[in-house]
Design a protein around this ligand. Structure first.
Ligand code: GP9
Ligand code: MN
Length: 616
């Protein structure tokens, strides 16, 4: 006992200060490890804890002020954490105008919150408890405050300014990330230099010159109805697959097996805008931005993607989706992308709601008369909904018998895909009954992954289902099916491609020559494939026909990993340098085009026409 007394802290308040510092460490460690910080980056924890201690030192005398600031920081952290679980990154100020969506997606947010997230609030709880019993805290004497400030302030300033020494701090450390996020709003970035402009024109002219149109050109040019269906969360792993002998997507498989081209190495290319990015990249052949989502940030831009191109070739262009028009800002962006009429939840009769909204069965069924009403050639873009996470289907719509260990996120996902597939089967039948089918080309693809890496149980069940380790390559793999009734096609294309390639590939099939701005390639007339990733696998990462290259999260090429797609053996990353540079160049160029709203200028110049396209 005597021994113990020897070590007793002289100042009782110092004890409380230490307790609070301890809670900061718990809070920050939990936050960092839950947001994927590697073990060797633990030094960044020290920076975050130091800033919190500094705030305590400066603000503890104003109790309310301290609590206010702490709550604000904690809520940003909590937001970052949830956003990370969904999008693999922290929040950005450019996402502010999406905040109103939170109400619409409460069930999804609730499904990704964990009880352990309470650890983020541990310091606030401790502070309130201490000050409640002790009154205003006299945490430190003046000397201690002074010393702490003297040590901590320079640490923060140094850590922010010497980013080249601590590469990656901007990405991993909470305060640095948000300070840089604010600074990067610099409008100077939004200038198109003549050098970049010329480079773009040269690259596109070369692409146009090299385009051969040898295979499949115009095979669907006479079809009156072009129907593109973007399917919620459909991964390729679900296609042509069985669960305990039960076929998950019998209707899709039937479509693949008759009159179709099936692209089995096709990949999602989303940024932070999930479904909206899948739409944006597929329809415009541009990369989505990653600091915010393109549909919101660039809602006033003039794009010239598929809907405009189709209108330019005598088709009408319409969109269909069973949810709120304001979600993902579709109401404002769709006219810019070229849709002349768009149908949302209010145009449908809502039956029993599934997850977000309209049931896929109701959606397809009620879209049929809208399609039937089209006169002349028409382009239609349908976005489905029922297979959205958390995959809650009413009991009477669950038709796959699951093992008990799959009665969870993973098994429910299979149920949802099966349900969508059933609705699709009915849709095809209805198209036939209404006499629309034979005169249609139907394009189907998944918008993005369903099973991520963050849910350990789902991951384990997915691996059990696949019989092999789950990789980003598998997670990104979505199907692309081009179904042309009466074509007699039954081909599987193994070339690597992604959503950015949809537009040029489809133009070829519809007999439209590429004289536009496209960052993707016609997959039917390219010798090799290439997909540049941006999220989960960050900018610089790519998948090509032979290999996968994943840039290290600190952005340093040398710390990255690469493997052979056949053998899964690691390969020398030096073999990946050219494509790594190609990926970065393409994304940066595309981003510049979007940031400077240059699509129309470039398309006009490529076609040597003065202001041919002036969109309102
Ligand atoms: C909502 C739907 C879902 O309209 O498209 O979007 P997601 O959450 O998958 O991005
Ligand atoms: Mn989606």
């Amino acid at each position: 006992m005597k021994q113990f007394h020897k070590f007793k802290l002289k100042n009782e308040y110092t004890k409380y200060a230490l307790i609070l510092i301890f809670t900061y460490i718990i809070k920050v460690m939990y936050f960092n490890f839950s947001t994927g910080m590697p073990l060797d980056k633990i030094k960044y924890c020290i920076v975050t804890v130091s800033v919190l201690v500094l705030l305590l030192t400066l603000l503890y005398k104003v109790r309310r002020g301290y609590i206010g600031v702490s709550i604000l920081i904690t809520f940003i952290m909590f937001g970052d954490l949830l956003y990370y679980r969904y999008f693999n990154d922290f929040l950005s100020v450019k996402l502010m105008n999406q905040a109103t969506f939170v109400g619409s997606v409460t069930s999804i947010i609730l499904s990704i919150v964990k009880v352990t997230d309470l650890l983020l609030f541990v310091d606030i709880i401790a502070f309130i408890m201490i000050t409640k019993s002790k009154g205003t805290l006299q945490l430190f004497n003046h000397k201690l405050s002074f010393i702490l400030t003297l040590i901590i302030l320079p640490t923060i300033i140094l850590s922010i300014s010497f980013t080249s020494v601590w590469t990656g701090i901007k990405k991993y450390e909470f305060f640095n990330y948000h300070v840089y996020d604010l600074i990067s709003l610099d409008p100077e970035n939004n200038v198109m230099t003549s050098e970049i402009h010329n480079q773009l024109i040269d690259d596109m002219r070369q692409l146009h010159r090299e385009s051969t149109y040898g295979d499949y050109f115009g095979i669907a040019k006479d079809k009156k109805n072009v129907i593109v269906i973007q399917i919620e969360s459909l991964q390729n792993a679900m296609v042509n697959a069985f669960y305990n002998g039960q076929e998950i997507t019998p209707n899709l498989n039937k479509i693949i097996n008759q009159d179709s081209l099936y692209f089995s190495n096709y990949y999602q290319m989303i940024g932070k805008g999930n479904t909206s990015d899948a739409e944006f990249t597929s329809l415009n052949s541009l990369y989505a931005i990653t600091s915010g989502n393109t549909y919101n940030v660039y809602e006033k831009n003039s794009f010239f993607g598929l809907p405009w191109i189709m209108r330019d070739h005598g088709y009408t262009a319409s969109s269909y989706h069973g949810f709120e028009a304001s979600f993902w800002n579709r109401v404002n962006i769709y006219p810019q992308i070229g849709f002349e009429d768009s149908h949302f939840d209010t145009d449908y009769v809502m039956g029993e709601k599934i997850g977000f909204g309209l049931d896929d069965h109701d959606f397809f069924e009620q879209t049929i008369p809208m399609l039937k009403a089209k006169e002349g050639k028409n382009f239609n873009f349908l976005v489905t909904l029922s297979s959205h996470k958390p995959f809650d289907l009413p009991e009477d719509k669950k038709w796959i018998t699951l093992d008990e260990e799959d009665e969870n996120f993973f098994g429910h996902y299979i149920q949802s895909v099966h349900y969508f597939d059933d609705a699709l089967g009915k849709f095809i039948e209805d198209l036939k009954t209404e006499g629309l089918y034979e005169d249609s080309i139907i394009v189907l693809y998944g918008d993005h992954y369903a099973v991520g890496m963050e849910d350990d149980l789902a991951l384990e069940r997915m691996e059990n289902f696949l019989g092999e380790p789950y990789t980003y390559e598998e997670m990104f793999n979505i199907p692309l099916i081009v179904h042309i009734p009466g074509s007699g096609l039954k081909e599987t294309k193994t070339i690597t491609g992604g959503q950015i390639d949809l537009l040029p590939t489809l133009m070829n099939i519809l007999g439209i020559k590429n004289e536009y701005l496209t960052f993707g390639r016609d997959l039917l007339n390219s010798e090799s494939g290439f997909v540049a990733a941006q999220t989960f696998m960050e900018k610089g990462s790519f998948i090509d026909d032979e290999k996968v290259f994943q840039i290290s999260r600190d952005g340093v090429f040398e710390n990255s990993i690469a493997y052979d797609r056949d053998t899964h053996e690691p390969i020398d990353i030096e073999q990946c340098r050219d494509e790594y540079e190609r990926a970065i160049k393409a994304i940066n160029l595309s981003k510049k085009v979007t940031e400077t709203d240059s699509v129309l200028d470039i398309v006009n110049e490529l076609q040597n026409k003065d202001s041919v396209y002036e969109l309102e």
